[in-house]
Write a protein that binds this ligand. Structure first.
Ligand SMILES: [Zn+2]
Length: 58
């Protein structure tokens, strides 16, 4: 399953992001495997699938 953004980016934000990727300035988001549901989720954030972060439901 491909990760999808929660919200559609506005025109301006979308363009900024796109240019960043084109120039190779985008830093890949660090990811970790969720200890609760074993899915890959962004690091230092609540799991996007089960909502757990550091053993707690957020
Ligand atoms: Zn999870």
């Amino acid at each position: 399953m491909a990760p999808l953004p929660k919200r559609k980016l506005s025109k301006r934000r979308g363009r900024v992001r796109f240019n960043g990727q084109r120039n190779g300035l985008m830093v890949a988001t660090q990811t970790v495997v969720c200890p609760s549901c074993k899915k890959v989720t962004p690091a230092h954030r609540a799991c996007r699938y089960c909502g757990f972060y550091k053993g707690k439901k957020v």
